[in-house]
Ligand binder design. Sequence first.
Ligand SMILES: [Zn+2]
Length: 306
Amino acid sequence: MTILRVDGAQNIAGIDLEEAAACQMTLADTVMLSGKGLHSGRETVVEMQPAPENTGIVFRHGQNTVSGLAHNVVDTSRGTTIGFNGFRVLTVEHLMAALRGLGVDNAYVEVKGGETPALDGSAAPYVAAIEAVGLVQQSAPRRLITISEPICVRRDDSFILAVPSSELSITYVMDYDHPMIGSQSSAYVLREGGFAKEFAPARTFVLYEEVAGLLDRELAKGGSLDNVIVIWPDRMSSALRFSDELVRHKVVDMIGDLALIGGLLSAEVLAVRTGHALNVEFAREVLRRIETPARSRRRKAAVVRA
Ligand SMILES: [Zn+2]
């Protein structure tokens, strides 16, 4: 096996890019991060460890395990929570985005404390930790997920439309009736790389008027001005890292949620005003279509019409 240093999703030094894109990858060594969970407020520790080919991303603690797949999502209130048999891991999206964004297909993620650490509210600390150990190329081919027809999920005025494409691209449109936000869009194209530098540093945010409601719902208990951008009608709690940092963060969340499909999606995706709930619904729909090929779905539809 070859140990690779990575610098962005498609910028892997010293090896054949096509070969790397074709093969599964895992971590070269264990990576540990700790800090407060954004929602639980608990001190948490995650240890990302190398895993064999075709493992995918598997969260575990003691005897408990749960795969990072959309059908294991149990909650999407202001974050993506996965769970199985009572074992829950809150706020997996930034960690999942870092793994997917750097091209890690297989990893065990030991979680102590039931939530990933919020760190600075972005995926950048996860990216830095993974880049510090590098990746190992495995011999099994990477699992590419292509779609053969458009897929659209929608809820009220939010929707995700994906159309067949030979590569992954995501265009995200956010549209807030808020003087500090308004309408913004951002595009991520996997081929162009740049996840580590252009998207991972974008931090999560919250509107000031939402804070009290979140705390009432036992959410954001670990939130602070160090790990979330608070937005008032006339100002923000810190200088932005990018002028469009908020929408870039939405792209990061989407990359993390789409990683719950369990492979590298190859599609052109347009997401308008979506959050974790619709992102996960889309990921589930893709998984459902993988499990039920188009021909048999059409047969079932025909029976229904009859
Ligand atoms: Zn986020």
